[in-house]
Design a protein around this ligand. Structure first.
Ligand code: HEM
Length: 450
């Protein structure tokens, strides 16, 4: 049988690849995949970069032969901030840390998480006034930042107040990670880099102080920091050192709120564009919560809202692309890969393929009504909002619970109506973000007259 050669998409004269990637990478990769197929090589100057949106090949890289691929050197310039945290490390460092941290994210923690999420969200929703104009993305950044701070550190202290302030200043810098093709190393003393390095020093000082006090506290609060301090590698019995804890906390902070804020902002876009889906979600919230506060048990029964969040994760996946460095020579179809080559894995394209989804451009939460699992195997590598294989998002259950709980609380009060939802294009930041930040208006629930 003849095997078709993998196409190479060369620099075009009218729309060079580099320019198209810079202005609308998701749209460009989707359009190219529709034209030439879901596995192609993208010409980028002297290099060609394999782009993968084919389930079988995604499974190969993410899972079956995952040892041949890793994060590699791509994150090295951010090490002063990120250290060797899970999202940026490779085995052997990654392996024992993942083993040690995994139990802290078990979905059985749901009841505690809902209380944390609820308490951190309430003040933001209580402050909304009828007709208030806001931008949904920054609004949800504030909500999810407070949630992850509460999940990590629970009680307020001098250190957590300082961390809150410093982490907020780091957000702007981190938001630009994905957008800048060239970034000067952090040791180059540009004004931005100097401010950023000062923030990192402050984070180190505050976090290491907090960890030291926590270790000495005979009855520490039951939050993620305490859980991680007590966690032991099930194979060796070793715990994380102070510096390892510092790295993981910083990475959890960054990985744990930016993506969820984007997801919630996309929910506002989607539910303004498709208001029947919102009306049904709001009716479900009324019916299941009956005006009461959300609990894990009640949130679990919000089937339509779960399906809606899953459909938004398909349509606008915040983690739309993952890059891998080749560690061991490998072959993808007819493409031979050598160590140090890079590969782009693009769930965004897979999620929009007409041969894998019935009318992929139709927003339809009912696709997910009978299937709650976020296990990649169930979806045969065509649905990958949280990645797959050994590096699958450790916070996936937390993230879904967070989005559903925040939306349920919002719908009890009203909803956010995006002003120009059609104008929001998927834009690359650290996460796939709506391009205009989603200007919106808060519309309260109509008061019942009876
Ligand atoms: C909608 C929200 C979220 C999305 C879309 C998302 C997506 C992802 C994806 C795709 C990966 C895999 C990256 C790769 O393969 O290179 C990942 C990894 C990770 N995520 Fe999430 N994430 C979300 C929320 C969270 C939350 C709430 C937390 C923590 C509380 C978290 C913590 C992590 C960590 C630590 C990793 C690294 C895992 C490892 O390599 O072992 N994420 N996430």
């Amino acid at each position: 049988m003849d095997v078709m050669a993998t196409p190479t998409v060369k620099e075009g004269l009218t729309l060079p690849n580099a320019r198209a990637m810079a202005s609308d990478a998701p749209g460009f990769l989707l359009e190219t995949a529709r034209r030439v197929g879901p596995f192609f090589r993208l010409g980028a100057g002297p290099l060609t970069l394999p782009v993968v949106a084919e389930p079988e090949l995604l499974q190969h890289v993410f899972q079956k032969n995952s040892k041949a691929y890793g994060r590699g050197a791509a994150y090295d310039i951010y090490r002063p901030l990120l250290g060797n945290g899970l999202p940026v490390s490779d085995p052997p460092v990654w392996l024992y840390r993942r083993r040690t941290m995994q139990p802290a994210f078990h979905r059985g923690k749901g009841p505690d998480w809902v209380v944390t999420i609820r308490d951190a969200t309430r003040p933001h929703l209580d402050a909304l006034a009828a007709g208030q104009a806001l931008e949904a993305r920054p609004f949800f950044m504030n909500v999810t930042r407070d949630i992850i701070m509460a999940a990590l550190f629970s009680s307020a202290s001098v250190e957590t107040a300082g961390l809150q302030e410093t982490f907020t200043s780091v957000d702007a810098f981190v938001g630009s990670f994905g957008m800048s093709p060239v970034r000067l190393p952090l040791w180059v003393p540009t004004p931005t880099n100097r401010r950023f390095m000062a923030a990192i020093r402050r984070i180190d000082e505050l976090l290491l102080g907090l960890i030291e006090r926590r270790r000495a506290d005979p009855s520490p609060p039951a939050d993620l920091l305490t859980t991680l301090i007590r966690a032991k590698d099930p194979e060796t019995g070793t715990s994380l050192t102070d510096v390892e804890l510092r790295d993981e906390v910083v990475n959890l902070f960054i990985a744990g709120h930016e993506t969820t804020a984007s997801l919630l902002a996309w929910c506002v876009v989607a539910l303004t564009r498709w208001p029947e889906a919102r009306a049904r979600a709001q009716a479900e919230v009324d019916n299941v919560l009956q005006g009461a506060e959300p609990t894990a048990e009640r949130v679990e029964r919000l089937d339509w809202l779960h399906a809606t969040v899953r459909e938004v994760l398909r349509y606008f996946p915040p983690a739309w692309l993952q890059a891998r460095e080749v560690f061991e020579a490998d072959t993808l179809r007819d493409v031979t890969l050598a160590p140090k080559d890079r590969v782009l894995l693009v769930p965004y394209v897979t999620h929009h393929r007409a041969d894998l989804w019935d009318e992929p451009e139709r927003f339809d939460p009912s696709r997910f009504l009978s299937e709650r699992s976020i296990d990649a195997a169930t979806w045969k590598y065509r649905y990958l909002p949280f990645g797959a294989g050994p590096h699958v998002c450790i916070g996936n259950h937390f993230a879904v619970l967070e989005a559903v709980t925040v939306l349920a609380m919002l719908f009890q009060k009203g909803h956010l109506e995006a002003k120009a939802p059609e104008a929001e294009r998927p834009t690359m930041g650290l996460a796939l973000m709506p391009s205009n930040g989603v200007p919106a208006t808060f519309v309260p629930r109509a008061v019942k007259s009876d």
